[in-house]
Design a protein around this ligand. Structure first.
Ligand code: GAP
Length: 480
């Protein structure tokens, strides 16, 4: 059975072996912190994306979705503050020339202390780091690294440069002339595509405050310490929603969205003790409240989603830089104002990793006379890449034809998989490893009475059901 530490490695290997996630450009030795989703991973990711999208734009009548371009006018990023402020304190090791994000370097050292059982030292180190980060005290951070004798993992030395800020945005050139005027950025967050479209959506949708705009899309950050599989990537996907409210009501809405988002997380079938809220120690200068929802990954509690009360900062800045009024006329109070914003921002890839971490299980099924085990992905049916496997017991006697008829009926409603190779037990195990919640087996009795054996992934129990019942059972499970 994998321990928590090697469970993470086991999940990474499983993802590769079963077509969930591959290293990008693997045949060229890969590209660091960039990943491709395979045939099963892309379905899982799509199901999570669709579930989020539906819960925002379908379950909330006052939220609409958009799909803005990745490239945006460069002034967007000046207005948003990303050109000047989207940077992290970094430190370089002079011997290996390797660059580290200061907080990641210190956190990695804190993790080591925790593993050695030095819990008090770990807590003290993290507390000192938080205090210094909150004050932007770079000299203090360097001293903390030196005092704790934190070493570079490559050179093994503690020969550090000063701590400096490093911008995380990728830039490229628009058009054929490469001069500064044509420099544009790959968006580091999807949120700004929503802010610059605030007026378009409000006016064309005749939206009344409070209302939200949701978006799912790619974001890019030149992460320096990019490790931990799809937890921290350079190209990733965000699912963001900006909720526009009347100034003065933002605290209530902040609390509302904290509760609402936690409900969503619990609806993934993950228990409450696997989550916690983490209030930000250092608030961005424009935020009046911010927290993360953290999940207990095999690598420890880490951020999956941020909930931020962003005041009227973004719209005010876009008004200032674009000279276009970003105002809303509130007929209830007869006033014009720039709305305040509550943002919910969740990483799609991190959610995939969370769902995989929660689902992955190695089970010992040994009995007194037989050693046996299985790896199973216990996905909620609504997120599973394949909902139903249709398995004729043999390749002859007309069984494949009946199985094909079941496929043809069911595949209109949900994703099915047909398999006639190998012994039935082996096929079940393969479906367990892909997280398929239901298998139906067509056998000789099917020809007599139009029934099949349905096998449930989690309990491994089997029962006989009429063919006519298959769709209903699976649709009910998907709807939960
Ligand atoms: N618009 C607000 C914003 O972007 P953030 O906390 O920087 O806030 C939001 O990012 C979420 O995006 C995070 O909670 C995380 O799930 C995801 N995310 C951020 N950086 C990421 C990265 N390098 N790789 C994967 N996911 C990332």
């Amino acid at each position: 059975m994998a321990t928590d530490n090697n469970k993470f490695q086991a999940i990474i290997s499983h993802c590769k072996e079963y077509g969930f996630i591959f290293q990008s450009s693997e045949i060229y030795d890969g590209l660091s912190a960039v990943y491709d989703y395979g045939q099963n991973g892309s379905e899982l990711k799509r199901n999570i994306r669709d579930y989020w999208w539906r819960s925002m734009t379908q379950f909330h009548e006052n939220i609409v979705g958009i799909d803005a371009a990745i490239f945006m006018h460069p002034t967007t990023w000046k207005a948003s503050g990303h050109v000047d402020n989207f940077s992290d304190p970094m430190i370089d090791n002079k011997d290996s020339k390797k660059r580290y994000r200061v907080d990641h370097l210190i956190e990695a050292h804190a993790e080591k202390l925790a593993l050695e059982g030095k819990k008090e030292q770990e807590a003290a180190l993290l507390q000192s780091m938080d205090n210094l980060l909150a004050k932007d005290d770079f000299d203090g951070l360097k001293k903390l690294i030196e005092d704790n004798n934190i070493k570079c993992s490559v050179s093994g030395t503690a020969n550090w440069t000063d701590v400096r800020q490093f911008n995380l945005m990728f830039s490229t050139q628009l058009g054929s002339v490469s001069d500064e005027a044509n420099e544009i950025y790959l968006r580091p967050e999807t949120a700004q595509g929503i802010f610059v479209n605030f007026l378009n959506v409000q006016k064309t949708g005749r939206m009344k405050i409070p209302f939200g705009i949701a978006q799912v899309g790619k974001a890019f950050r030149n992460e320096i310490v990019a490790r931990q599989f799809i937890f921290r990537m350079r190209e990733f996907e965000q699912m963001e929603m900006q909720f526009f409210v009347r100034p003065g009501t933002q605290k209530e809405w902040y609390e509302y969205w904290k509760a609402e988002r936690m409900k969503w997380h619990l609806s993934l079938g993950i228990s409450a003790d696997k989550y916690r809220f983490h209030d930000h120690v250092k608030l961005a200068f424009y935020a009046d409240a911010a927290c993360d929802i953290e999940y207990d990954f095999p690598i420890g509690f880490k951020e999956v989603e941020g909930i931020h009360s962003r005041t009227d900062h973004d719209l005010s800045r876009h008004q200032e830089f674009s000279k276009k009024k970003m105002q809303y006329f509130d007929t209830e109070i007869n006033q014009n104002y720039i709305p305040y914003v509550i943002e919910t921002s969740i990483g799609l890839d991190r959610t995939v990793l969370m769902v995989l971490s929660e689902a992955y299980a190695e089970e010992d099924l040994s009995t007194a006379d037989k050693q046996d085990s299985r790896v199973v992905l216990r996905f909620p049916a609504k997120l599973a890449p394949i909902k139903l496997a249709v398995l004729p017991l043999t390749k002859k006697d007309g069984l494949p034809e009946i199985a094909r008829e079941i496929m043809d009926t069911c595949k209109k409603s949900f994703r099915c998989f047909y398999e006639e190779k190998d012994a039935i037990g082996k096929r079940y195990r393969r479906m367990d490893a892909l997280g398929t919640p239901f298998c139906v087996t067509v056998d000789h009795q099917t020809k007599e009475d139009n029934t099949v054996t349905i096998r449930y992934r989690d309990s491994m129990q089997q029962e006989r059901i009429p063919i006519a019942e298959i769709s209903r059972i699976i649709n009910e499970a998907i709807d939960q």
